[in-house]
Design a protein around this ligand. Structure first.
Ligand SMILES: Cc1cc2nc3c(=O)[nH]c(=O)nc-3n(C[C@H](O)[C@H](O)[C@H](O)COP(=O)(O)OP(=O)(O)OC[C@H]3O[C@@H](n4cnc5c(N)ncnc54)[C@H](O)[C@@H]3O)c2cc1C
Length: 366
């Protein structure tokens, strides 16, 4: 493969979004993945597009991401299910009420249109929620995407924009030659490109070592649960004040239960396993929030690996001491803001004036 302007290593939501915007601006781009496009965290996540669970400092970026998701026909394709819903974050105790007030206020200061509403207002919006709530936070900017459709939608869009997709290519070496990078996989395959973007998700720590940068990326294996189809049960996307629950009902009636309950897993051999007590804890909390959920049966559980830096903030921008090398990843609520973060990085690569200082990797390097 010759004359590649930019090779993006890692075809999750961040790498694929970066690649797509670069290609739309006329560059010759290739996306390299050790598996397939958006089959890592970006294909197995809960797909919630919410301000209630997003870190306050990232709200402005998540809002832009949410807007892009609501208009996929303009830049991605229309073959991915995106639903706009109202979001309700519930508080059941006085302590949670206090927490919800504080957290909503901070998110509001960063631009989220979140308002505290009374128990009766919340029950009017979504009658199936537990009537023992104290109050709720309401936000119109919420919704979800069927994350398992991400890979097909991005693959189609990347191909339509002439991006070369190289799958089953596990990058194991990166040689920095004169004005050129040589990217080598486990089997000796080679790809040359003038610039590189590292977008390897939870594998970023490993891939950064290939260019002599050492930082810690934490790996969180998280479980998700989906129920059988149910009659209409939820009108909104539900979260709770302490953040350990996310709930939504898809058009087909199934309910997706998440909230970051840990399972077991690692990046060394891709092994993962559920922790049954945590599945039960997650389901108990879901049934507490929506009592009628007790009538449903679980149809499937699965895990995904989430990446986090030491300060839980993203890394996006140029890599230090290397010419023409960039990074994107470890973004909290990364599926919500991914399309926008990728666009931002592409603007930076194109030479536009973009302030990414908040996400500079140097803060994490000794
Ligand atoms: C269970 C779970 C639920 C979540 N729920 C939500 C949610 O509801 N809302 C939300 O906003 N966010 C959610 N997230 C977070 C979100 O999914 C992630 O922030 C986002 O998908 C990360 O995207 P990424 O492109 O950085 O990484 P990934 O999607 O992991 O992509 C990285 C890619 O790099 C490839 N790669 C790695 N190493 C190599 C190599 N050596 N050579 C070639 N390719 C390589 C991998 O195969 C992978 O495809 C959730 C995460 C998990 C795990």
């Amino acid at each position: 493969m010759n004359n590649i302007d930019i090779a993006v290593i890692g075809g999750g939501i961040n790498g694929s979004s970066t690649a797509l915007h670069l290609a739309k601006n006329g560059l010759k781009v290739c996306v390299i993945d050790k598996d397939s496009i958006c089959r890592g965290a970006s294909g197995v996540n809960a797909g919630t597009l919410t301000m209630h669970m997003t870190r306050a400092k990232l709200i402005p970026f998540a809002k832009k991401g949410w807007e892009l998701w609501m208009n996929t026909e303009k830049w991605l394709s229309n073959n991915i299910d995106v639903k706009k819903k109202n979001g309700l974050c519930l508080a059941f105790t006085e302590e949670e009420e206090k927490l919800l007030n504080e957290r909503s206020q901070i998110r509001k200061e960063y631009g989220a249109d979140i308002n505290i509403i009374s128990k009766s207002e919340a029950l009017k919006i979504d009658p199936n929620i537990n009537n023992k709530i104290k109050c709720a936070a309401f936000c119109e900017m919420d919704g979800y995407v069927s994350a398992n459709q991400t890979g097909d939608a991005y693959t189609k869009a990347l191909k339509e924009n002439n991006v070369e997709i190289v799958e089953n290519f596990e990058v194991s070496k990166i040689n920095n030659l004169n004005n050129n990078y040589e990217i080598i996989d486990l089997h000796g395959g080679k790809i040359n490109a003038k610039k590189i973007v590292l977008a390897a998700g939870v594998y970023l720590e490993k891939i950064l070592k290939l260019v002599d940068i050492n930082i810690k990326i934490k790996c969180f294996p998280q479980q998700l649960i989906v129920t059988e189809r149910m009659p209409e049960l939820l009108k909104t996307v539900i979260t709770v004040a302490h953040g350990k629950l996310s709930l939504k009902q898809f058009e087909n009636g199934t309910v997706l239960i998440g909230g970051g309950w840990p399972g077991k897993g690692n990046i060394e051999n891709g092994y993962n396993e559920t922790i049954p007590e945590n599945l039960i804890g997650n389901m108990r909390l879901a049934c507490h929030a929506i009592p009628n959920l007790k009538n449903s049966r679980v149809s499937r559980v699965w895990l995904g690996l989430e990446a986090e830096t030491d300060d839980a903030m993203p890394i996006i921008g140029e890599l230090p001491n290397l010419k023409n090398a960039f990074i994107i990843g470890s973004i909290h609520s990364g599926y919500t803001s991914g399309p926008y973060m990728g666009k931002l990085l592409s603007e930076k690569i194109l030479g536009n004036d973009v302030d990414l200082s908040l996400f500079d990797i140097r803060r994490l390097m000794n």
